[in-house]
Ligand binder design. Structure first.
Ligand code: F6R
Length: 232
């Protein structure tokens, strides 16, 4: 799964060296980033003209915090490739001014010309970015209250559950749907139910990822566990 996803990302960068990549954090893309780093070291991929915009960031965490998505992205990808620091964008989690941060992030995405390829994971409740079930499909970047299930799922990365921030800034579904290509990766049996529901069930805000059925260029790459309930 990781290698196939990395293949699609590197093909995008080869076809368009100044591509705008929308990136995700979480456990699922770690192997994809490791593969990209390996190919970069071999000289097979060049990030010097690439721009990145990440999906989301916790509200209330400084960039330097070890659980910030800024820190995650630098640890797993940015510190190891020749990406230009001025072309790395993420919502500013350290700024509590929700309106300002969200407006600024939408402006940044517009200014870079929109997203060529957006990489996504999926939550077991169907969330993409931090767009939780029940949210509106038409939102741009906004601030969300994390659901109990997301706080629970993310607690594994913190010392204790109480440390998990309760809010995050996230690209909205509208922003994600405007990406020219969307690539979702999913791994493990714990995702199999939601993968079936999201892509073989109704399109509904109750399952945010289901809207991707309407995207004109959507690819899902899953491992055997995540695809276990799909009749291929
Ligand atoms: C991360 C993100 C989230 C994750 C999702 C799955 O930037 O936006 O939507 O993609 O929570 O997380 P993992 O990969 O840890 O299962």
């Amino acid at each position: 799964m990781s290698r196939k996803a990395a293949n699609i990302i590197s093909a995008q960068v080869i076809m368009k060296p100044d591509a705008v990549l929308g990136l995700a954090t979480g456990g699922t893309p770690v192997g994809t980033y490791a593969q990209l780093v390996e190919w970069y070291r071999k000289g097979d991929i060049d990030f010097s003209e690439v721009t990145t915009v990440n999906l989301d960031e916790y509200r209330g965490l400084a960039k330097e915090h070890r659980q910030s998505y800024w820190y995650f992205m630098h640890t797993h990808l940015f510190n190891h490739v020749n990406i230009c620091p001025e072309r790395i964008f993420m919502p500013d989690g350290s700024n509590p001014d929700k309106i300002k941060v969200c407006k600024e992030y939408d402006r940044i995405i517009k200014n870079v010309g929109g997203i060529d390829l957006q990489l996504l994971g999926i939550g077991t409740d169907g969330h993409i970015g931090f767009n939780e079930p029940g949210g509106a499909f038409e939102l741009g970047t906004h601030c969300v209250d994390l659901t109990e299930s997301t706080i629970e799922a993310n607690a594994r990365f913190f010392d204790c559950r109480e440390e998990v921030p309760r809010q995050a800034y996230t690209m909205g579904i509208r922003t994600i749907m405007q990406a020219r290509k969307v690539l979702m990766i999913a791994s493990g049996e714990k995702k199999k139910k939601i993968i079936k529901e999201a892509f073989f069930g109704a399109v509904t805000p109750a399952v945010p990822a289901s809207i991707l059925q309407m995207h004109p260029d959507f690819t899902l790459i899953g491992d055997a566990g995540a695809l276990a309930e799909i009749d291929l």
